[in-house]
Design a protein around this ligand. Sequence first.
Ligand code: ASP
Length: 854
Amino acid sequence: MNTRYITYGDSYAASKAACDLLAVGVIAIYGPTDPNSADAVQAHCRAAGVPHIQATWRPPPLRDLEIPSPPGINLYPEAVALSEAVAVFIKDNDWNTYTLLYDDDEGLIRLQEILKYADPNDNWLVRRLKSGKDNRQLLKSLKVARHTRVILDCPSDRILEYLRQAHDVKFFEDYMSYVLMSLDAHTLDLQELRYGLSNVTCLRIFDHADSRTTAYHADWKARATSDIKIPRMTHEITVEAALASDAANLLTNSVETVPKDFKIEPESIECKSDAKWESGNIFTEHILTNPITGITGNILLDNSTGERKNFNVEIMELSNSGFNSIAKWNADTGFDYVRTATDVSDLLAEKWQNKTFRVASRIGAPYLVERVPKEGEVLTGNDRYEGYSKDLVNEILKETLHLNYEIIIVPDNGYGAYNKETKKWDGLIGYLIDRKADLAICDLTITYERRSAVDFTTPFMTLGISILYMKPTPPEPELFSFLKPFSVDVWIYMAAAFLLVSLLLHILARLAPNDWENPHPCDKSPEELENIWHIKNSCWLTVGSIMTQGSDILPKGYSTRWVCGMWWFFALIMCSSYTANLAAFLTNAAMDDSIKSAEDLAMQTKIKFGTVGGGSTYFFFKRSNVSTYQRMWTAMESARPPVFVKNNDEGVERVFKGKRQYAFLMESTAIEYQLERGCDFVQVGGLLDSKGYGIAMPFFSSYRTAVDNAVLKLAESGKLVELKNRWWKLPENATKKCVQQEVAEEGTSAAELGVDNVGGVFVVLGIGCGMAAGMGALEFLWHVKDVAIEQKMSQMDAFWAELSFALSFWETEKPVEHSRPSSSASGDMASRASSVLRSAVDLFNMDVFKKDSR
Ligand code: ASP
């Protein structure tokens, strides 16, 4: 092996060295690494027919340029494929806005190759860095313009300088991502920048798992520590060294594998002469078709271009312990991500261990509330708060990822709405965009608009919009509520029907021969027939029927029975209807049927309704295409005073104070919480949509996957349900707050009826009994008067005699003298009056109509 040392970039010296070597007689020349010098050497080799091997990045050949045969051999990975690897990687990581920084023309070509793969919608910016100069101004302007993703193309020895400058202007910190194009970037000692929390990725073409690499690496390390002191380099193998080793291997292997009849004998060739090594072309072709596995993986060469193809690339990510492989790439197979979810969270924990995560939230029960300190207790830090959000963030950051965090409350306590005029987000979203917080956690709904400004994890809770409304106030119980089942008209018609039917029965009975009966059945040939259907009995029958009691006397005539049947049918229907309606009236009297759904709300103007201003519910109605919701939005927008509130608590209070004149459109989870705690509210209708709450974070947060995985893990383990129950369910020793009496809900069992509900029936009974007692008293006095006349006693004596007998409950028989005064006593005025009265009663009993049966 013959070696010549030349100054880097000195193509004249390279050319001279090549001629020297050719004159000595060589079977191939390797190097140099400087592309211009390599070109000069290649020209001499091609003229002499000697294979030339190089390991230098070369721009892709121009399309029309004819490639000489056999081509020069280049072990450096093909430019297009290398750029493709970077392009696919950034696409895989959702980069659609990025900055490309380069510092030499080759870099620009490499970046151009990347841009060939870019999506037409990608936003990219290309800027040139001045090598060896201060680029802080440029980097600062990029920082101000919120550029966060950078592809940096520069030689490895300038990377650190640029990153330091970026660090100085805070362009190398949290949420920044850098892809370093240099294949030697992984050899850099970036210790001083390791804790800058930017995400740094680079490419490597070694397979460190390969035994050859391991052996070579050990050797390289030993030499690096002893004599070769490479400033600012770790003891990693450089691409140049690895490719030089692979070139030597390729050459020795090619020599060993040449066909037996082919003799490799170097010839001395002068550069100035036209002489050529005759076996040169065959040997070049043999090298091109002789695949070997080197430190940089399989070496497969393209026969026509001499370029290296189908190579493997490892994607390396910087962590506290240096660069770690996160994925493997091959032009044929694409990306293979090698990290598991646990690796990701472990690396994250390691990387962020010194950082205190700023978790933004807002006050609102049950998600986050200020803790009331116990006596003598002074609350500081996160202890000042409690709630679902705090427990959730604790489970994710502390328990799962072992990271520190501090809770920050957003000053405006807002969720996050975009202001078109200021072009800014407020609330939690604004806080994340301004990088004032790393995570935002509360009942923050994932919406399309918010998703375009920040990243969200998978939802930790699902919900929908519904309506919170005040339960109806139970009406004042009414004494005569038993009259309610029928309207006044029906009662009047029923009374009229009762009188008419009774009268009809009476008349028909008088006409019906069958209703004239023998008063003494033992007397086979009675002198008179009797008709019992005088008006009293007729009324008694109709009353007995409608009261479902029946009567012990029944008509016998066809017409009377028909009337009776019809009346019973009428009574059956009326009684059943009354019973059914009475039950419904008394139990569900308080049920309100004014609004049952969002449609009902939209169709009326009396009850006002609103949402939290600027929240997702607000925008749901504002942007909806559904006519009902559009109508609701118009109603809300035009309502005076405004119907929008600052937060859920204010909305709930407004519903409460609104006395059923205000309904609040609220998320079902919050409604659930309110219903669990009080019985004054009711959820009207079902869910109007379906969505979820997610944890928000700035775009490109390196911890996104880890936090997301932690949420999934908590969901699968049932922890999320446990947390929800902890904060939603009322503690066992607590009772619901009910300002008004709970009323029976539709579909549930009927509530008990109180005296207030059925008191009227007692009143009627009482009045009825009172009247009966009055009538009894009158009847008694009338009888006393008769007795006094007949027995020729004073009325007072007769009264006391009759009363004492009536109260002698043990006497069950009454002497006739007492009860039936003799007719001989008639003569005086009183007795005459009495007989006139009796005659009148007899007349009333229609005795005049008695018919002779004979
Ligand atoms: N949770 C909602 C939000 O994130 C608030 C609401 O509209 O009720 O905006």
